[in-house]
Design a protein around this ligand. Structure first.
Ligand SMILES: Nc1ncnc2c1ncn2[C@@H]1O[C@H](COP(=O)(O)OP(=O)(O)OP(=O)(O)O)[C@@H](O)[C@H]1O
Ligand SMILES: [Mg+2]
Length: 571
């Protein structure tokens, strides 16, 4: 036995070998006393703060719970989290071999041991404000559970209002305090306060399949609808956000409809939601834009507008016709061909095909600018039948329809499930490229000028398919564009919302631009890759539907949330 353990017992008035006294003067909310098993210490980087947990409280403490340690001499209290629980041997049982010999393990009760809880200080609450923890609690101080909403809000540095994300929770359950109401968690969204609305520093929603990503995304986006933000670069005028949603599973058009489950909730619950600033109900401004592909039919939204990708967009985005198999050399040749084609007045995919087929005869290609083998290989790749089915399919070319898609206050949904994988890629990349280029002012065109005029939130579900680690020319260019666009998000008012079950496949350079992470149940390895705080990585695999971790350093301490059981729109 170490001398320090002896100190602890003496200090707590325990007699060796005897059960701990449950009373110890604890009030209902009190959990134990600050103890010293080896040392009580605090430095700029580390803390060793332990609480002795008497028998009467042992069933009430769990790792992850929030506690408060009064620090009267410093004029405040420390807000802390239980980081580790342990049992220690008492003096008399120190020699285990002897114990087993004499007593038999099954007859040694827990009262023969001391329970200690290691506390991780999160902040110091002084006069309603959170400061860093610079003072150490005194030995023997009574530690208690958090008692008020204010303690949680100040202790965890939670914003007062903003975009509702869920309720502050511990171990799966929302924290309920005296009022009985759970504590809402908001993402900062007020342009008048210090710092920018966090939507423009991008959001990741990640979790295993079926854990509720789309449910969470819809609830989050429902809150974003209608937000107005100052345009930093346009004389500070205020504009309503435009949501652009890429929807691979035909689920987001339902945002136009109410969730009938909500209607059946008691009026009191709905009032509570309203009181907490939670927005719900179908969104009137949702419009569904369905890309046309020959031979494919869309079914889903009762009302939608068909559109087509004009081949003319390839002038700006040549990689749209360079699938994964086009290598760097071929891509160089493609860029050259595309440029020549449009320079010669070409417009449509049909014409481009003819142009490409005729290309062998052309002097300049023979002259060595493009190797004949490269040209041959490129032709095989670019003359695929599916391009014919997706470009120039008649009514509503994207570059003419843009005023309806990109509009202040509009919620524009692009379902793509009805498309072939190749056509889906062309459609998604075309829209992503338009937004990214417009927001980085990389292109001069009417649509780009328009998109630059108001805030845009671009939602990419299954983001790992488009912002990948793969190194094809197409992937590389898209990733580059998005890293650039993401970096300027604050300034140009572009917010990305990336949703994925494979965070390990999302390009790291893109992920590193994301400041807010909503992490649902996922494997520990994935959790690490998705940027989960260390203390949650081991727990995340056990997170059932509706449980998530929010990690948004500019918003609050990382913490656990319980999302709403009901979707705020149809899902
Ligand atoms: N918090 C929740 N409470 C109750 N049910 C939920 C919750 N979250 C999701 N669900 C339900 O679980 C199912 C799966 O949710 P959702 O579609 O959001 O999962 P997902 O992670 O997007 O899945 P996928 O990987 O297939 O896209 C849906 O039927 C949804 O209504
Ligand atoms: Mg989903």
């Amino acid at each position: 036995m170490s001398e320090s353990e002896f100190d602890l017992e003496k200090e707590l008035g325990l007699e060796l070998g005897r059960p701990a006294k449950p009373e110890l003067g604890l009030g209902e909310d009190e959990l134990g006393r600050i103890a010293i098993s080896s040392e009580l210490s605090l430095s700029l980087t580390e803390a060793k703060i332990e609480m002795y947990v008497p028998e009467s409280r042992r069933d009430r403490v769990a790792v992850g719970e929030y506690v408060v340690i009064p620090c009267d001499y410093a004029g405040g209290k420390i807000f802390a989290r239980i980081k580790r629980l342990s049992y220690r041997k008492r003096d008399a049982l120190d020699d285990m071999s002897e114990v087993h010999l004499l007593v038999g393990a099954e007859r040694v009760g827990e009262e023969e041991y001391i329970e200690l809880a290691e506390l991780e200080p999160l902040s110091m609450i002084v006069q309603g404000k959170a400061l860093e923890v610079r003072h150490i609690p005194k030995p023997n101080t009574l530690v208690r559970r958090v008692a008020s909403e204010d303690e949680v809000k100040v202790g965890l540095d939670l914003p007062e209002d903003g975009l509702f994300l869920g309720y502050v929770a511990v171990n799966g359950e929302p924290i309920r305090l005296a009022s009985g109401l759970p504590i809402p968690y908001y993402l900062r969204n007020d342009p008048e306060r210090i710092g920018d609305p966090l939507i423009f520093t991008h959001t990741l929603i990640a979790g295993m399949s079926g854990r509720g990503k789309t449910h969470v995304a819809k609830n989050f986006l429902r809150q974003v609808v209608g937000s107005r933000y100052r345009m930093e670069r346009r004389g500070g005028e205020e504009r309503e956000v435009n949501l652009v949603i890429l929807d691979p599973h035909n689920e987001y058009w339902q945002m136009m409809e109410d969730n009938p489950v909500l209607a059946s909730l008691p009026a009191k619950e709905l009032d509570t939601l309203r009181g907490q600033g939670v927005k719900f109900g179908g969104v009137k401004t949702v419009r569904v834009f369905v890309a046309k592909e020959e031979g494919r039919r869309y079914q889903g939204a009762p009302k939608y507008l068909e559109f087509t990708i004009p081949f003319a967009l390839v002038r700006q985005f040549p990689y749209l016709i360079a699938g994964g198999e086009v290598n760097e050399e071929q891509f160089g040749a493609l860029v050259l061909l595309v440029r020549d084609f449009f320079a010669a007045g070409g417009e449509r995919y049909q014409e481009f095909k003819e142009f490409l087929e005729a290309a062998t005869a052309e002097e300049r290609y023979k002259a060595g600018l493009i190797h004949s083998e490269t040209l041959k290989a490129l032709k095989r790749r670019v003359l695929r039948p599916y391009f014919e089915k997706v470009f120039d399919q008649g009514a509503n070319p994207l570059d003419q329809l843009y005023e309806e898609i990109f509009a202040e206050g509009a919620v524009s949904v692009f379902p793509t499930e009805h498309l072939s994988p190749e056509a889906e890629r062309v459609v998604v990349l075309a829209i992503m490229s338009m937004v990214a280029d417009a927001k980085t002012e990389a292109v001069e065109s009417e649509w780009a000028k328009r998109i630059a005029r108001f805030p845009v939130v671009l939602v990419v579900d299954e983001a790992h398919n488009y912002l990948t680690n793969a190194a094809t020319q197409q992937d590389r260019i898209i990733v580059e564009k998005f890293v650039a666009a993401a970096k300027q998000g604050r300034k140009n008012r572009l917010g990305l919302v990336l949703i994925t079950q494979n965070p390990q496949d999302v390009n790291e350079a893109v992920l590193s631009q994301v400041s807010t992470r909503l992490l649902l149940g996922m494997e520990a390895g994935l959790a690490e890759r998705a940027g989960a705080p260390k203390e949650y990585q081991k727990a995340l695999p056990y997170f059932e539907r509706g449980r998530m971790v929010v990690h948004s350093p500019e918003n609050s301490h990382p913490l656990e949330l319980r999302g709403l059981d009901s979707c705020l729109v149809q899902h």
